[in-house]
Design a protein around this ligand. Structure first.
Ligand code: LIP
Length: 265
């Protein structure tokens, strides 16, 4: 990939500031530890007041900064069209956020046409900010990150996302295949943070059978710049609807792909 344009570099810096302010808003509205302070959009698909407030905040700030850019959010859908399009998940890991748990984030990705080119993921309860710009690297709190060096699946840690969108037999089949590899299974409730963990080497792989563009838009450039392998989520329908994703370190990606039957190409 060629070196990034100054216009994209400027947009990433502006997005970092907006996401940081949005993260502070989310922290100010954070529910205490306990039962979920939220409503259910569908079974176990949670929505808090913060989701709407954070998305509205980011939409307004990005419209002021870049009125010519498109904007799409999990809650509001496609608000504006443009060659450059911002895609936001205002609170990724809402089920965790709603109970006062810490594994959630504000995720803002930038697409140039159909190509993810930049992303910011801030997890304020974890004091972590991930950034990536195509051609300029991926970073966690300003330090370069790379996919893990783990080669042996029996030494790997692999996460699988869960939702009621996936029939139980399918979930059980895939998690069984992961465990048959000898890998240690995880499921943390935030697809964006799990994909970020693959990018920084904390996870060796992540799969989710049904996940949305707003969950992954910021993580895709992170994974590309960190040297991870990623299945063709956007080509497989992810640009316009839910689709399957696999992301893994390059050493075990093929083995994981075959084990869970998610093609990498
Ligand atoms: C979540 C995703 C996660 C998925 C959850 C939920 P949300 O997004 O990040 O990967 O397994 O079911 O969809 O709803 O917290 O923004």
């Amino acid at each position: 990939m060629s070196s990034p344009s100054p216009a994209l570099a400027y947009r990433l810096e502006a997005a970092r500031a907006v996401v940081h302010d949005a993260s502070r808003l989310a922290m100010s509205m954070r529910p205490p530890p306990g039962g979920p302070m939220a409503t259910q959009k569908s079974a176990q698909d949670w929505l808090t007041e913060t989701d709407g407030a954070v998305e509205a905040f980011i939409a307004s700030r990005m419209k002021t900064l870049f009125p010519e850019d498109g904007f799409q959010g999990e809650e509001g859908g496609i608000a504006r069209s443009g060659r450059l399009r911002w895609v936001v998940d205002p609170i990724d890991g809402t089920s965790n956020y709603a109970r006062g748990r810490s594994r959630w984030c504000v995720s803002l990705g930038l697409l140039d046409g159909d190509e993810p080119v930049a992303g910011v993921i801030e997890a304020p309860a974890l004091n972590e900010v991930y950034t990536a710009l195509r051609g300029a690297g991926a970073f966690l709190n300003g330090k370069p990150i790379h996919a893990s060096p783990v080669k042996d699946p029996a030494s790997a840690m692999i996460e699988m996302g869960w939702s009621n969108r996936v029939p139980k037999p399918v979930f059980m089949e895939k998690i069984d295949a992961i465990m048959e590899l000898g890998a240690m299974p995880r499921s943390g409730g935030s697809g964006a943070l799990a994909l970020a963990d693959v990018a920084c080497g904390r996870l060796d792989g992540y799969i989710e059978i049904v996940i949305n563009l707003w969950d992954v838009a910021a993580a895709l450039p992170l994974l590309a710049e960190a040297g991870a392998r990623v299945s063709p989520f956007l080509r497989d329908g992810g640009l316009t609807g839910p689709a399957t994703i696999l992301a893994a370190n390059p050493h075990i990606a093929e083995t994981l792909s075959q084990a869970v039957n998610i093609p990498l190409a």
